[in-house]
Design a protein around this ligand. Structure first.
Ligand code: ADP
Ligand code: TYD
Length: 207
């Protein structure tokens, strides 16, 4: 793979989408070829799976059903978009990727991080991000930022999001060269400056 894969992770409302979009625009303005993708979604099949996953009326969904739906959407986006773009030498910016499954389903739902990491490796065909930004935000602050109409996962509330956050912190410690923790309570421009600096530094190492 000749390209460069950048992922954004964190609990709901931490500021990932904002930062992924800002980085995408910055890199496009610098003349790079960049794809901005999100999970779950990013393909026709993935967007349909997304609508099932986020439907807050589907309260009967079992943790393994949830996990396998995220994995199914992941297979599609990896093989339809991520691998081909990386093979063409492009930059791919992802608003969530497989670490979300490890944090949400592996740690917070209790399915086990090793099981989820193993299934992730099958779903992705072995793709691993060059850098992962974990936007770390207090769950109370993050949940206060998001909509008055919470989706199925957002409805789980503060205790669940705290478990997800702890999961991401464990992943940061476990994969300390790939993960960069960014304080999600900084201003939007301050966060962006840190992220751009880190990306440019990593480019100079890889390219
Ligand atoms: P996520 O993708 O992690 O759910 P978003 O980027 O969609 O988060 O941000 C959620 C909300 O919080 C949006 O209304 C956004 O404008 C706001 N927001 C994002 N970053 C910050 C920040 N650093 N400080 C305050 N509000 C923010
Ligand atoms: P989304 O609106 O994209 O995220 P956010 O609210 O952070 O902007 O919603 C996706 C939801 O799916 C979010 O609650 C996190 C969850 N999720 C998982 O539980 N596992 C996964 O593997 C992925 C990719 C997302």
């Amino acid at each position: 793979m000749k390209g460069f894969l950048i992922t954004f992770e964190g609990i709901d409302g931490s500021g990932k989408t904002t930062q992924a979009e800002l980085l995408y625009k910055y890199l496009i303005n610098q003349g790079y070829i960049v794809q901005l993708l999100r999970e779950p979604g990013g393909t026709l099949i993935g967007e349909r799976i997304r609508s099932i996953l986020l439907d807050s009326s589907l309260t009967e969904m079992k943790p393994y059903t949830e996990l396998f739906l995220y994995l199914a959407a992941r297979v599609q986006i990896c093989f339809q978009h991520i691998s081909p773009a990386l093979d063409r030498g492009e930059i791919v910016v992802m608003d969530r990727f497989f670490d979300s499954s490890t944090a949400y389903q592996g740690f917070a739902r209790g399915l086990g991080s090793e099981t989820v990491e193993y299934l992730n490796s099958i779903a992705t065909g072995g793709i691993i991000p060059d850098v992962t930004f974990f936007i770390d935000c207090d769950p109370e602050i993050a949940l206060a930022r998001i909509s008055a109409y919470p989706d199925r996962l957002e409805s789980e509330g503060i205790t669940f999001m705290s478990r997800v956050r702890d999961g991401f912190l464990k992943l940061c410690a476990l994969h300390s060269t790939r993960f960069i923790r960014i304080n999600g309570e900084l201003s939007i421009p301050d966060m962006q400056a840190l992220i751009v600096n880190e990306v440019l530094e990593r480019f100079s190492i890889k390219l």
